[in-house]
Write a protein that binds this ligand. Structure first.
Ligand code: NAD
Length: 492
């Protein structure tokens, strides 16, 4: 890929230039180098992809599952062969460290591996003799054309929560990556094409809102997976549902972690710092509010302030760097404005990461780790998704108070507890209203063989990505009842 490359769409087995006149620059957020131009494709171009996917569907669904997964085996090897190049591309366009990019890709590959089990995973079931001479069978069949709409923050992973399961189940597919980080997908698509998968089975259309709306309205598209902010997730879910499509829409988050007095403070601090400041806080499972209980206040507050101050910030390709920039100048401005708002609401600025000077990267979109202390639980800053390296501290007297605060919140993506007490852990696991729970874990990201759960305004839909729920989402059940009267059959 040459720098300043004009990105292409991939439709019906062909790379093609968009007809649009509207392009956005893809910018390295650390160096501010322009990496590429991404087209904002048109409704008509999405229509061509949908028609190609619909035309490819009948032959693809008739391809035996054991043959379909051969393309996924090839894709796994190609992803591994190109692992470093892909990881560097993620870091260049997204800003995270190379280690974080590699971790992201590893999670992507795990999903490909799990989807290779589709010959067993999509089996149905049957009952003989539900009445005399009558049998009943449940068959799973693919839904048809499916599409994914992705956010900027995991350009190499999130598509793999959906794509491998969708095509393994016999669906054909359309991908719309984030217009902020479309480079990784351009490379991933080239690898998908290199597997030799039949034309039209996987298609890529770059773009923004116009392409999203075209996906939501196109009659051939039967299923939509969305990941992004809550307002857009809600919009996508409503419009998809109004058009009779099935949809799974993952939204934003405001993730709380609780530190009990019996927690191992050194371990807890390291884990929470990695959770809050890893990926510059641009992770839907980033810790955003730390609630200390009782005496944990003193030991944790000073330790986390030190960890925030010590974190090495810079360009993610530098191996010494522990945290990169946020994605855009707008994002930096927004995060810094929210820090000021928190102070305005009465919080104390324990560590101020605004307007840092990062040597050699003075123009980059950096915010250093920031700690707001004594945050007002009723204030806006305790409720707003910041999506930057900002941790708010709230000090409480009991775990029950903390759980009540969590359960009163808008989001339900993740909640974590740090403790050495099994009884407290069980109570928390039982009572906390979030779809992903961590006990002495800072980023409770489910493995590929578990659903990526999310509750409340962090998820709209019924079936989550990954694991068995992905198989259910990408198949429709057909129940067959058969009568074979005895007189028609051989006697047995
Ligand atoms: P975003 O909502 O701005 O964009 C997501 C996608 O929606 C993009 O492809 C974009 O082109 C499209 N889009 C944006 N505005 C639209 C509109 N008005 N109409 C139609 N389509 C539109 O999200 P982002 O900034 O790329 O990603 C960050 C957000 O994603 C955060 O809120 C984060 O919490 C969330 N996220 C959630 C999860 C999860 O698993 N729940 C995972 C990753 C990110």
């Amino acid at each position: 890929m040459t720098s300043r490359q004009v990105l292409q769409n991939y439709v019906n087995g062909q790379w093609c230039d968009s007809e649009t006149k509207d392009y956005l620059e893809v910018i390295n957020p650390a160096t501010t180098e322009v990496l590429a131009q991404v087209p904002l494709s048109t409704t008509a171009e999405l229509g061509q992809a949908a028609e190609a996917a619909a035309a490819a569907f009948p032959a693809w669904r008739r391809t035996p599952a054991t043959e379909r997964v051969q393309y996924l085996f090839k894709l796994k090897y190609l992803l591994e062969e190109n692992f470093v190049d892909l990881a560097e591309t993620i870091t260049q366009e997204c800003g995270k460290t190379l280690a974080e990019s590699k971790g992201e890709l590893q999670r992507a590959i795990e999903n490909v591996e799990i989807a290779c089990g589709i010959p067993i995973l999509m089996q149905g079931y049957n009952s003989e003799d539900i009445a005399r001479g009558i049998d009943e069978i449940m068959i799973r069949q693919p839904v048809g054309v499916a599409a994914a709409i992705d956010p900027f923050n995991f350009p190499g992973m999130i598509i793999f929560w959906f794509l491998p399961y969708a095509i393994a189940c016999g669906n054909t597919y359309i991908i719309k990556p984030s217009e902020k980080t479309p480079l990784t997908m351009q490379k991933v698509m080239a690898l998908v094409a290199a597997t030799g998968i039949p034309e039209g089975v996987v298609n890529l259309v770059n773009g923004g809102k116009e392409v999203v709306d075209a996906i939501l309205d196109h009659p051939a598209i039967r299923a939509i997976s969305f990941v992004g902010s809550t307002p857009v997730a809600r919009y996508v879910y409503s419009r998809a549902a109004a058009n009779g499509k099935r949809a799974q829409c993952q939204g934003g988050a405001k993730n709380p972690v609780i530190i009990l007095p019996d927690a191992d403070i050194a371990m807890t601090t390291k884990i929470i710092a990695d959770s809050a400041f890893g990926c510059a806080g641009q992770r839907c499972l980033a810790a955003s509010i730390a609630m200390t209980v009782g005496t944990a206040r003193e030991s944790f507050s000073s330790a986390i302030a030190q960890a925030a101050t010590d974190r090495v910030v810079g360009y993610g390709l530098d191996p010494a760097v522990q945290m990169g920039p946020v994605i855009t100048p707008d994002s930096k401005q927004r995060v810094e404005a929210l820090i000021a708002q928190g102070v305005g609401e009465g919080a104390k600025l324990l560590v101020d990461g605004r307007c840092p000077q990062i040597p050699s990267y003075e123009q980059g979109y950096f915010v250093r780790p920031t700690i707001l202390d004594e945050v007002n639980p009723a204030g806006a800053i305790a409720k707003t998704e910041i999506f930057g390296p900002v941790l708010s501290l709230i000090h409480l007297q009991t775990m029950e108070e903390a759980i009540a605060l969590i359960n009163g919140g808008q989001y339900g993506n993740m909640a974590c507890l740090f403790t050495t007490s099994g009884a407290a852990a069980r109570q928390f696991r039982y009572e906390a209203e979030a779809g992903n729970i961590g006990i002495n874990i800072g980023v409770a990201a489910p493995m590929a063989f578990f659903p990526f759960s999310g509750w409340k305004d962090s998820f709209f839909g019924d079936l989550h990505g990954q694991g068995h729920q992905a198989i259910e989402f990408f198949t429709q059940t057909k129940v067959v009842v058969e009568r074979w009267p005895q007189g028609w059959s051989r006697q047995f």
